[in-house]
Design a protein around this ligand. Structure first.
Ligand SMILES: Cc1ncc(COP(=O)(O)O)c(C=O)c1O
Length: 419
C-alpha cells in the first residue's frame, strides 16, 4: 500500500482522503467505537462491536447457565483458553499447542523467565547446535546472566530482577543490560558483543521498543543467542496484532504478550504466552481461564483475522511512513525519534519535541488522543484497523497549528520542570 504524498493545506488533505478511498481495510473502522482521532491503541485499543457482542453473550450464559456454562456455553468455557490460544497462534507464527491465553504480561514474564532460567541452570548438558536445547554455559553452581536492554519497558526489568532475587542472586550481577548509543535504538553489534563477552543464559528482548518503536529482527537475535549458548525469549506487547511473527520457525524458545493494545481485547484482558514445542517437558501448569476477561478477545480476534495480519502490516507501514514524512515537514523543533526504515519500525512513531507534554495535553483537548513519554516524546500509534490517512494528516496538522499559535503554552508544564 502506497502512502499519500505528504503535505499540509487542502492539497495535503485531499491526498490523504484519496489514499483512504483506496484503502482495502477502510471498512473495518466502522466496527470500532472511536470518537475523534484515537492514536493511543498501543496503550489501549478501543472497543469493537465484535468484542462487545461476545462479552454480552458470555454474561448471558453466566446468567442462564451458571456453573453449567463450563459445558453449555457456546463455545463451552472449559476449553476457552485452548480455543483462544489456537486462534491467536497464527498471529505469532506458532503451532496451536504452543500458545496459551493466560495471566498478564508481567505474570507470564515471571513464569517463563523463571522457568527457563532454572531449566538452563539445572541442565549442564544439551547438544551444541541444537537451537532449542538448553545448552547454556552455566551450571547450577555458576548461574549466568539474563540479557536485556536499557530501553526496555521498566516492568520487564522489575519482574526479571525479582526472579533473580528469589533465587538468592544479586540482579546487579546477573542482569546484563545492553546500553543504547543514541537513547532511541539498540544496535545489533552491541547485543552480539554482550553475548560474546558475558556468560548469558537467557536473552529477553522486546519485539518492538515501547518508546521509539524500533522493531528487532527476532529470527536474527534468536540465532545469535543460540550460537552463544543462550535461550531467546521475547516480549511482543508492542508488536502482536500489527507486525506478523514467525516464532516457531525462528526457533524462539518462549514469548509473552498482552492483547489490550493492537488486539483491542479491553483493559486488563487476559494475556498470551508461547513456548516452543521442544520445551514442552518443562511447560508450567495452567489454571482456570478468566472467561470474562477473555471473551472480548474472542470477538477482537475475529476482526483481526478477517482483515489479515499481512494486510494490517502493509497498511501500518504506509501510515507510519506517511506520519514520518509529515513530521519531517513540521518546524525544526519536531523530530522523528523512530527508525526511518520501515523494516526496523513497529506500528507507532515517536515524535520528539521539547514541549511534548504540553502538546499532548493540547492535542487531547482537540480530540486527538496520543500519549506522552518522558522526557520529550509524543507517541503516535495509527492502528490500521480503525485509523485512516486523513486521521494521520489531522494529527500532524494539529501539531503544526499548535506550534504556530503557541496555544499549547497555556497548559501547565509537567511537574518536575519537564514540559
Ligand atoms: C513491553 C511491555 N511489557 C510489559 C508490560 C506490562 O504489562 P501488564 O501490566 O499488562 O502486565 C507492558 C505494558 O504496557 C509493556 O508495554
Amino acid at each position: 500500500m502506497e502512502a499519500p504524498e505528504p503535505g499540509f493545506g487542502s492539497d495535503g488533505r485531499e491526498a490523504a482522503r484519496a489514499a483512504d478511498a483506496r484503502d482495502p481495510l477502510a471498512s473495518f473502522a466502522h466496527r470500532f467505537d472511536v470518537s475523534g482521532t484515537y492514536m493511543d491503541g498501543n496503550s489501549l485499543g478501543p472497543l469493537s462491536e465484535d468484542s462487545e457482542a461476545v462479552l454480552d453473550r458470555v454474561v448471558e450464559e453466566w446468567r442462564d447457565h451458571a456453573v453449567e456454562g463450563w459445558t453449555e456455553g457456546d463455545p463451552d468455557w472449559f476449553r476457552y483458553g485452548e480455543r483462544l490460544g489456537a486462534k491467536v497462534s497464527p498471529l505469532v507464527g506458532a503451532r496451536e499447542s504452543e500458545v496459551a491465553v493466560c495471566g498478564s504480561t508481567t505474570v507470564n514474564i515471571h513464569t517463563l523467565v523463571g522457568t527457563f532460567y532454572d531449566e538452563v541452570n539445572s541442565s549442564a548438558g544439551g547438544s551444541a547446535g541444537d537451537a532449542n536445547s538448553v545448552s547454556g554455559a552455566a551450571t547450577a553452581d555458576d548461574p549466568g546472566s539474563i540479557l536485556v536492554n536499557d530501553l526496555d519497558f521498566p516492568t520487564d526489568h522489575y519482574a526479571i530482577r525479582a526472579q533473580l532475587r528469589q533465587r538468592g542472586l544479586d540482579p546487579d550481577d546477573h542482569l546484563t543490560v545492553v546500553e543504547s548509543r543514541d537513547g532511541q535504538t539498540i544496535a545489533r553489534d552491541d547485543v552480539e558483543r554482550a553475548l560474546r563477552e558475558e556468560d548469558v543464559d537467557l536473552l529477553f528482548f522486546p519485539a518492538v521498543l515501547y518508546r521509539s518503536g524500533q522493531l528487532f529482527d527476532i529470527a536474527a537475535l534468536t540465532d545469535l543467542a543460540h550460537e552463544h549458548g543462550a535461550l531467546a525469549g521475547f516480549d511482543l506487547a508492542h508488536s502482536v496484532g500489527v507486525v506478523p511473527h514467525d516464532l516457531h520457525d525462528a526457533g524462539v524458545d518462549f514469548a509473552v504478550w498482552c492483547h489490550y493494545k493492537y488486539l483491542n481485547a479491553g483493559p486488563g484482558a487476559v494475556a498470551g504466552l508461547y513456548c516452543h514445542e521442544d520445551h514442552f517437558g518443562i511447560r508450567p501448569a495452567l489454571g482456570t481461564v478468566p472467561v470474562l476477561a477473555a471473551a472480548p478477545l474472542d470477538g477482537a480476534l475475529d476482526v483481526t483475522r478477517e482483515a489479515g495480519i499481512d494486510a494490517i502490516r502493509a497498511k501500518s507501514v504506509a501510515l507510519t511512513d506517511y506520519l514520518v514524512a509529515l513530521v519531517d515537514r513540521l518546524p525544526d523543533a519536531f523530530a522523528v525519534g523512530s527508525p526511518r526504515d520501515p523494516e526496523r519500525r513497529g506500528g507507532h512513531v515517536a515524535v520528539e519535541h521539547p514541549e511534548a507534554y504540553r502538546l499532548t495535553q493540547a492535542l487531547k483537548d482537540r480530540d486527538v488522543v496520543v500519549d506522552f513519554r518522558p522526557p520529550n516524546v509524543i507517541r503516535v500509534a495509527p492502528a490500521p484497523l480503525y485509523t485512516g490517512f486523513e486521521d494521520v494528516f489531522d494529527v500532524a496538522e494539529t501539531l503544526r497549528a499548535l506550534h504556530e499559535s503557541g496555544a499549547h503554552e497555556e497548559y501547565e508544564p509537567r511537574s518536575g520542570g519537564v514540559t
